[in-house]
Design a protein around this ligand. Sequence first.
Ligand code: ADP
Length: 445
Amino acid sequence: MKLRVKPLNRETPGNGIATIDRESMATLGVNNGEFVTISHGNRTAVLRAQLSQNRDRQRGIIGIDGQTRKTLGTRIDQLVEVSSADVEPAARLAVVIPEGLRIQGDIAAYIHDKLANRAVSPGKTVSVTMGFRSLNGESNRRIPVKIVGSEPGGTVVVTDSTAIDIVEEPTDSDDEETESTDADPPGITYEDVGGLDAELDAVREMIELPMRHPELFQALGIEPPQGVLLHGPPGTGKTLIAKAVANEIEADFQTISGPEIMSKYYGESEERLREVFETAESEEPAIVFIDEIDSIAPKRGDTEGSVEHRVVAQLLSLMDGLGDHGQITVIGTTNRIDAVDPALRRGGRFDREIEVGAPDANGRGEILRIHTREMPLADDVDLDAYASNTHGFVGADLESVVREAGMNALRRVRPTLDLDAETIDAETLDGLAVTADDFRRALRE
Ligand code: ADP
């Protein structure tokens, strides 16, 4: 049957799960915890079905994460074909892992843990995430694990009794790209943005429709929107929204930093703006992202004739020149909406303004879950409690609380580590956990 793709609920752990509403589960003849095959074009993925908690009681909906959407080449709101899948428990699995992992000890057990309950099939590469998400500034540390054989063959599920063999890359392995692209990081997806569903949808709707169906706008005789202004305090996720939307609709993303273009490119600001718009035009569909737009376009008044005046005039003319084909949208952000030149806020330019405020307790919970997704948490960690106690914290603050908590956990195990060793024990990695006490201390700072 056909189901409509939605982002995965952020409270649902990623790794190989699809959420489906009760009625669709019944139609598919699938029970909670059984597997479904999802196909789109000639690509397929097998995921474990989980009953969705969707509060709106929507039917015909399947929630899948950004990684799977990418693997399937599908987008939010597209239809995919879903059917029940026959998946046998795996007795053995042969996998190839990248060289130079710098982990020693029982790596097979570690990989087994990461693959547990997931459906896998030979020829595909599964990326498993490792350790702390945000510790090293990388958003994800993914290890591509290539499945090269299974017993029985075909799609199998990794159970407690599955034996994992780590093997050398078979020399006869045909080097042609296997169909799976699961190892490519998907970039920022909807699942990475917490507490801003309405804002994300508003931005996406506004940008995606004109990009996909400009003829709708032409038929109605209205100009597609050319710009959105996201405003709100720093660190609330404005940049994240822009990146997630660009990624979801597969638009090119060009960034301009307002302060930078006025200082670093002093004297060439207009030229630089023009270049960015030209690049966007050659890459369309594209989003031109202008961070801190108030520094380019402050309210004019006494700055008449100044650099700012010329730069605003240039920006206006570039935006007016985008025409009505809707393939390029400008997203501007500002912390000070009142400081933005009103000329930019008039019709046809930034004609939509979306406020991105500080998150409420619910949103804070989502954000904490996102940033602890790949973090081993001790049982005493109570993210909901931290969410209620962090009134006034924005996403960036919560991210740094999580990072601090992770650092506290590291400091605890550090005395037991041999810092001179080239590699680290898989057991040590397994034993790492961030505790309530680590969070308490992080929150006190
Ligand atoms: P802004 O553009 O509003 O100043 P950013 O989008 O750059 O803020 O956010 C900075 C960082 O804070 C992000 O990279 C992310 O790690 C974290 N963050 C902020 N808001 C959110 C959110 N709503 N959900 C998840 N993470 C967030």
